[in-house]
Design a protein around this ligand. Sequence first.
Ligand SMILES: [Zn+2]
Length: 76
Amino acid sequence: MRGTTIDSTTPLTAADRCDRCGAQAYVRVVLPVGELLFCAHHAREHAPKFAAVATHVQDETDRLLAEHGAGAGAAR
Ligand SMILES: [Zn+2]
């Protein structure tokens, strides 16, 4: 479901970039020492590591599908 209210964090924008590969970030991981941004790919890859230490995970990967469609790259 979309339209989830987020209180303490702002929505991710096109200016937010994955800390690993520089692609657009769709997941923000808040840690006690700061925060990390990941694209959908790296969020999935690193989820087991940050899940144990994150204080909050803002997952906007559903927006990735909404913006690019389930068949991303398909001609429009
Ligand atoms: Zn990435």
